[in-house]
Design a binder for this molecule. Structure first.
Ligand SMILES: Cc1cc2nc3c(=O)[nH]c(=O)nc-3n(C[C@H](O)[C@H](O)[C@H](O)COP(=O)(O)O)c2cc1C
Length: 206
């Protein structure tokens, strides 16, 4: 059976993104083995000075570590292992301030890692190491970005760039305009649910 990592950042009570994430889980749960990661309940540690240097010291095998440091490192490494262990990844989050929420960026910062999810060689350049993985992001926004050339969002391009960099084949399901076009909420969510069904049928054909 394939393995799927389902990640969500959906802190708002009544979250539309959570509704779409739940739709994916409902349709796919009998077809794949799922691991869940709720970034609103267990956000990755930020790479503040202490944590970044801890990770770098670990990578260089420089010194012994305290029990507390080992716990921080284990939490950090678990995020990378989850990516490496799964065939498919679903990432569901809203757009905050034209980009991805901070906890989602912290997850990206934890899992885009040299010699784990990508490789760099000065002669051949960068190479993604996750070419066996597929990812879909489910993105909800208050504003309808398809209706404006002046107001842009950078969440989609940020995620795609990082997934491309790790070698993953990515696609996005966008439910844009849930606040701006509240009268069309049912059809916005309905269209996204239809796209989720298509992805589930593609990913788990049997
Ligand atoms: C802190 C914050 C920042 C937001 N920034 C944006 C934004 O830049 N663009 C946008 O279209 N909607 C923005 N919104 C609106 C949300 O994307 C929208 O309400 C969406 O439904 C939230 O997802 P949820 O229903 O899963 O909570 C923001 C909402 C919050 C709480």
């Amino acid at each position: 059976m394939t393995k799927t990592l389902v990640i969500n950042y959906t802190p708002r009570n009544g979250s539309y993104t959570q509704i779409l994430r739940d739709e994916f889980v409902k349709l796919a749960k009998s077809k794949t083995e799922m691991t869940y990661l709720d970034l609103a309940k267990t956000p990755p540690d930020l790479l503040v000075a202490e944590n970044l240097n801890l990770v770098m010291d670990w990578n260089q095998g420089k010194r012994d570590f305290s029990d507390l440091e080992l716990t921080v490192l284990a939490n950090h490494h678990k995020l990378i292992d989850q990516v490496l262990e799964n065939d498919h990844i679903v990432l569901a989050c809203p757009i905050y301030n034209f980009s991805i929420p901070a906890a989602v960026k912290a997850w990206i910062d934890a899992v885009v890692v040299s010699d784990k999810t990508f490789y760099f060689n000065p002669e051949t350049g960068f190479k993604g190491l996750c070419t066996d993985k597929k990812v879909v992001s489910i993105m909800v926004s208050g504003f309808d970005y398809t209706q404006s050339l002046e107001v842009k969002e950078y969440a989609s391009s940020t995620l795609k760039q990082n997934f491309d960099f790790m070698g993953m084949a990515s696609q996005q399901i966008s439910a844009y305009g849930v606040d701006q076009n509240r009268d069309q909420l049912d059809s916005i969510l309905g269209n996204a649910k239809q796209e989720i069904k298509t992805v589930v049928e593609e990913w788990y054909p049997n």
